[in-house]
Design a protein around this ligand. Structure first.
Ligand code: BES
Ligand code: ZN
Length: 594
């Protein structure tokens, strides 16, 4: 027996699940799912089958013909959940489990109508990456396993259910006032890409293979924001080969969604904070799209190799950005990425093992060590390889890599030898093992620069000497440039400096969520009282962890902001996503420790 994934009870001496057929009935009143799943194994299981589960209430386990099976739900491990052990008296390829998914399922957020735009209907969505699929379906919840599936989701007839899968029709039960939505996922996925949502949503076509789903109140704006999606897909296909998932639909979630985007196949999930009105934040869509190759086709074998998903995707995202919006856009993205990497190194400490690309996560929850390191250090390592072997050779390599590993899951060692095979001696030449296995940023890290970036950085550095940009210079800055400028300012700033920024960058009326977050972080760390109402409003509305963490962290700086933070947290914590609540809880806990 061998367990190769520190986050799963999957035992590779036992057959893998090849597919499942799932039924969910959503009970919004009791906030739970009634569920039934038939798991089909790739070969006959003899003896026992070990599955992952978390907080599932198992009602019945049987063979397809109804023969009851013995099972044991082991005590819950805080990271892994409960080992769910099924005993087979005779060899079988199937097992049927009837169960309930409780309200606190770690993959779910149940929203009250007040947490939606329309205020009239509840909403439900899932977020399974990295190890939450097991709270929805008992299975081998390791990305080393790939499954296809069919599913049906029954919801009140006023609501619509969507999945990261192909749709396969609906049926209605007028007596019960319910509607069942059917789905089929033909492409094999790692379990973390299982995803669904249900709410009062509608769709609008924005391209031949893209429709945008959103609450009706924001649908037109969302459709406008994401109208360029087909261009993105075409550029990505030119770089990485055919798009293999048929459709690339987008689902705009309510603001409590804890991430910017999640690359659920065929249906990317997005935060509504991307809807800026001017398409300035669509890089997140490019990122999630890029995962269709790097991540969803070629998948990290477990969370210790997460950089294989995210490093490649950030690198790919920036190549697509360069094609669509020019090299300056890619340079600005590198610059923002680099400062976020510095932030992560400060947070962990530059010697921390969590700043390595390959991590050791036995006993550690992936959510607790989520950071920019796999994204940005991973991207920079790949950029170094690209610069070293030349872009045309690297692009051929990437194509070969995707072709070779499509629909499989790999560890870093596999990738390392594939790179060496293509470019013998390259690892030694670039210090590959230091990049992969040592903490911090290696000395040969690529410096991505441009004149414009240097100009903005210098302008930003001059602020503390009292040299401020002219209004012409400010209006010439695009969103990324403003972000680089604001991020480069020291903090805390004085009241006068904050007031100057507030007036001259028109921050009182800014609605762009990235700029707003950057500003509120400055204001919070500077104890700038005029911005407190905005801080309160933003933190009460938005659940995106990328925004919550820096603002709450900045509020540690003074007694008054600490008090404000605790007050806002108490008022909002019941309506936050569990992941967001944990992140803020951790930040607030640090206040006490100074
Ligand atoms: N796959 C991630 C989100 C994720 C990572 C969810 C780990 C759960 C565990 C997604 O592709 C992502 O990276 N989103 C970023 C967007 C970005 C880097 C442009 C985000 O949410 O901010
Ligand atoms: Zn990503």
């Amino acid at each position: 027996m061998a367990r190769r994934d520190p986050h799963s009870y999957y035992d590779d001496a036992q057959p893998k699940i090849a597919s499942f057929d799932l039924e969910f009935r959503v009970d919004f009143g009791k906030k739970r799912l009634a569920a039934k799943v038939k798991l089909s194994l790739e070969s006959e299981v003899k003896g026992v089958l070990h599955l992952d589960s978390r907080d599932l209430k198992i009602n019945n386990v049987s063979l397809e013909d109804g023969t009851q099976l013995k099972y044991k739900l082991h005590p819950k491990d805080p990271v892994l959940g409960s080992l769910f052990e099924i005993e087979f008296d005779s060899p079988s390829k199937n097992v049927v489990v009837e169960y309930e998914v409780p309200e606190n399922a770690s993959a779910l957020q149940w929203l009250n109508p007040s947490q939606t735009k329309g205020k009239s209907q509840p909403f439900l969505f899932s977020q399974c990456q990295a190890i939450h699929a097991r709270s929805l379906v008992p299975l081998q919840d390791s990305p080393a396993v790939r499954v296809t599936y069919t599913a049906s989701i029954t919801v009140p007839a006023a609501l619509t259910a969507v999945m990261a899968a192909g749709s396969a029709g609906t049926s209605e039960d007028p007596v019960k006032g319910e509607k069942t939505h059917f789905f089929k996922m033909p492409q094999p996925i790692p379990p973390y890409l299982f995803a669904f949502a249900a709410g009062r949503i509608a769709a609008k076509e924005v391209g031949p293979r893209t429709r945008v789903w959103a609450e009706p109140e924001v649908l037109d704006k969302a459709a406008y924001e994401f109208e360029e999606t087909e261009n993105m897909i075409r550029e990505a296909e030119a770089l990485f080969g055919p798009y293999e998932w048929e459709r690339f639909d987008l689902l705009v979630l309510p603001p409590s969604f804890p991430y910017g985007g999640m690359e659920n196949p065929r249906l990317t999930f997005l935060t509504p904070t991307l809807i800026a009105g001017d398409r300035s934040l669509v890089a997140v869509v490019v990122h999630e799209l890029a995962h269709s190759w790097t991540g969803n086709l070629v998948t990290n074998a477990n969370a210790e190799h997460f950089w294989i998903n995210e490093g490649f995707t950030v690198w790919a995202e920036r190549r697509i950005l360069e094609k669509l919006y020019g090299s300056e856009a890619a340079v600005m993205s590198y610059a923002q990425g680099f400062s976020s990497l510095r932030g992560a190194l400060d947070r962990f400490g530059a010697d921390s093992p969590f700043t390595c690309l390959v991590t050791r996560l036995e006993g550690v929850s992936p959510d607790d060590v989520f950071s920019e390191v796999p994204y940005e250090k991973g991207c920079l390592f790949l950029r170094l390889l690209e610069d070293t072997v030349s872009r045309p050779s690297w692009d051929r390599f990437i194509r070969a890599y995707i072709e070779k590993y499509r629909f499989t899951s790999i560890e870093t060692a596999e990738l390392r030898s594939f790179i060496e095979k293509h470019f013998p001696g390259i690892m030694e030449k670039v210090g590959g093992d230091e990049w992969l296995l040592s903490p911090g940023i290696p000395g040969n890290c690529p410096q991505v620069q441009s004149q414009r970036l240097e100009f903005i950085s210098n302008l930003s550095a001059a602020f503390k000497h009292g040299t401020y940009p002219s209004s012409a210079e400010i209006s010439a800055m695009n969103t990324s440039e403003k972000l680089v400028y604001l991020h480069g300012l020291g903090r805390p700033l004085s009241r006068e400096e904050c007031a100057w920024l507030e007036t001259n960058f028109e921050l009182k009326s800014v609605s762009n969520s990235e700029i707003l977050c950057e500003w509120l972080t400055i204001a919070a760390s500077s104890d700038y009282e005029p911005a407190f109402p905005k801080i309160r409003a933003f933190l009460s509305e938005v659940g995106r962890m990328k925004y919550l963490r820096p603002i709450y962290k900045a509020m540690a700086n003074s007694e008054r902001t600490r008090a404000l933070a605790s007050e806002i947290y108490s008022a909002t914590k019941d309506s936050l996503h569990q992941l967001s609540a944990n992140v803020i809880g951790q930040e607030i806990e640090k206040y006490g420790k100074g």
